[in-house]
Write a protein of this length. Structure first.
Length: 449
C-alpha cells in the first residue's frame, strides 16, 4: 500500500515549524524506509535533513539509499563532517560509492579522513569505474570462501560475514590471489556433509561479468540465468565485486527509460523530469526537432513538384494528411517492435531477412484493410479514379512505411549504433517524404492511364 504523502507532510508541517524534529522523526519512524524517503523528498530539504538525523543511524543509511540522486547530494551538502562519515560507514558499499561520486571535491576531502582505511580504499576503488560499466554498480560486500574449507567451516564464515554483506544465499570461492574458481549456494552448504570440502561441492563453471563491461551485461546475465547476483571479475579474472538483482533491476529500468526517450527523439535527461529545469528540458528536445524540420523540407519540395497535378485535381489534397500519416504510423509501430526485440535479444541483426517476409505479409494485410476503408471515402469525395488512387497509395505507403520502420533499427545495429535512435519522429519524417512521392506518382499514373 502506498504511503499517504499528503497526510504525513501535513502532520509533519506543524512539528517542523516548531523545531520539534524528534517528534517528527517518531511520527515516520515505523514506516517502511522507501516511504520515509518519499516523504522527506516532499518537504523542505533542511527540515528533511533534521528529521532524518533524528532517526536510528542504520535507518538513516537505509533511507538515504532510497532518495533520488539529486536529493542525496543536496541533503549531504548540509551535513557536518561527522554526520556524513557516520552515514558512509553504514551505507551499502555500492550506494556510498555512488554518493561519493556526487559530492564536490571539498566534501570528499572532508568525509574521507573520518573513515577507516579499509573503507576509504573500498570507496575509492568502487568510485573509480566509469559510470556506464558493470564496476560502477557492483558492491564489494559479498561472501568469499576458500576451496580447502569444509562445509562446516564455510557456514561458520558465513555467520561471521552475514551482518556486513549484501546476500548470504550465494558464496563465491576464490584462490589466495582472489581468482574466482567456483560458487556455492547456502542451500547446498546446509545439505552437505559438514566435513565435505568446498572444492568438491562448488559449481566450477561460474557465470560472471567483467568490471569493464557495459552495466547492461550484468543485468542481462541475471535476467537470463535467473540468479540473485552475478560475480564481477577484472581482466586477471580476480573477483572484485558482485551485482545484485535489485541493482540489475535499476539498470533495466534506467535503460528502458533511456530507450523511451530516444524513441521520442529526446536526449537523455541528467535528472528526473520533476527536477529538470526549463533550460535542460529545452536542450534535450530541440536538437532532433531542428533536424526533423529540415527533413520535412523534402516533403514540401515533393509537394511543390506536383503543383500542376494538385491544381488540376484539388481533391487530392484532402487525402494527403490521411495517407502520409498512415505510413508514418505503420512505420512507428514496426520500429517500436523491432527496437524492443533487439534490446531484449529476441531477434538479432542476422534475422533481418527472415523477418522481412513476415513484415511484408503483415503490412500487406494492414494496407488492404486500410485501403478498403479509405476507398469508400475516396469514391465519395472524387469518384472512382480517386478511390483507386487512394486505395493503391494506402497499400503501398503502409508496406513501405512498415519496411522502413522495421529495417532502420537493423541498419543502425549493423553500424554499431543504438537501434533506439530509430525514433518514431525520425521514422515518421522519412515515411512522410516517401509517402508524398508515392501518392502523387500513383495519381499521375492512374489519371494518365
Amino acid at each position: 500500500m502506498d504511503v499517504d504523502l499528503d497526510y504525513y507532510t501535513g502532520q509533519l508541517a506543524p512539528l517542523t515549524e516548531k523545531g520539534n524534529y524528534e517528534s517528527a522523526a517518531t511520527l515516520v519512524a515505523d514506516l517502511p524506509n522507501p516511504d520515509i524517503a518519499e516523504i522527506l523528498s516532499a518537504i523542505d530539504m533542511d527540515e528533511a535533513r533534521r528529521v532524518m538525523l533524528g532517526l536510528d543511524a542504520k535507518q538513516q543509511a537505509s533511507i538515504f539509499g532510497y532518495l533520488r540522486p539529486a536529493v542525496q547530494a543536496e541533503m549531504a551538502s548540509g551535513m557536518s563532517r561527522r554526520q556524513l562519515a557516520a552515514l558512509f560507514e553504514l551505507m551499502d558499499h555500492d550506494e556510498r560509492a555512488d554518493l561519493y561520486n556526487r559530492l564536490s571535491d571539498s566534501e570528499r576531502w572532508a568525509v574521507l579522513p573520518g573513515l577507516a582505511h579499509a573503507e576509504r580504499e573500498d570507496i575509492r576503488q568502487l568510485a573509480s569505474y566509469p559510470e556506464d560499466t558493470v564496476g560502477s554498480i557492483m558492491t564489494s560486500a559479498y561472501v568469499t570462501l576458500r576451496p580447502d574449507q569444509t562445509a562446516g567451516q564455510a557456514l561458520d564464515s558465513i555467520r561471521l560475514e552475514a551482518p556486513d554483506v549484501e546476500t548470504i544465499y550465494q558464496s563465491y570461492v576464490v584462490e589466495s590471489d582472489r581468482r574466482l574458481v567456483g560458487t556455492i549456494s547456502l542451500r547446498d552448504l546446509l545439505l552437505a556433509n559438514p566435513s565435505a570440502r568446498i572444492r568438491n561441492l562448488m559449481i566450477k563453471d561460474v557465470i560472471r561479468s567483467h568490471a569493464s563491461a557495459p552495466k547492461t551485461d550484468a543485468a542481462r546475465l541475471i535476467a537470463r540465468y535467473d540468479i540473485l547476483a552475478v560475480p564481477v571479475v577484472n581482466d586477471d579474472e580476480q573477483m572484485v565485486g558482485i551485482v545484485t538483482h535489485d541493482d540489475a533491476l535499476d539498470v533495466t529500468e534506467s535503460e528502458s527509460t533511456a530507450d523511451q526517450h530516444r524513441l521520442g527523439a529526446v536526449a537523455r535527461l541528467a535528472t528526473s523530469l520533476s527536477e529538470s529545469t526549463i533550460t535542460s528540458l529545452y536542450r534535450t528536445r530541440v536538437g532532433w526537432l531542428v533536424v526533423l524540420v529540415f527533413g520535412n523540407v523534402f516533403s514540401g519540395a515533393s509537394i511543390a513538384h506536383f503543383e500542376d497535378l494538385i491544381a488540376r485535381i484539388v481533391s487530392l489534397v484532402f487525402f494527403l494528411p490521411l495517407l502520409i500519416d498512415s505510413g508514418g504510423n505503420a512505420g512507428s509501430q514496426s520500429s517500436t517492435l523491432m527496437v524492443r526485440a533487439l534490446a531484449t535479444e529476441d531477434v538479432h541483426a542476422k534475422d533481418w531477412f527472415r523477418l522481412l517476409g513476415k513484415e511484408l505479409a503483415v503490412s500487406l494485410l494492414l494496407g488492404l484493410s486500410m485501403a478498403a476503408a479509405v476507398s469508400v471515402l475516396g469514391y465519395w469525395r472524387g469518384g472512382m479514379n480517386i478511390a483507386i488512387i487512394v486505395s493503391i497509395t494506402m497499400i503501398l505507403i503502409v508496406i513501405v512505411g512498415s519496411l522502413i520502420g522495421m529495417s532502420l533499427p537493423f541498419l543502425l545495429t549493423r553500424l554499431k549504433l543504438d537501434p533506439a535512435s530509430a525514433s518514431a519522429p525520425l521514422v515518421t519524417t522519412i515515411c512522410d517524404g516517401t509517402g508524398v512521392l508515392i501518392y502523387f506518382n500513383v495519381a499521375n499514373l492512374v489519371l494518365n492511364f
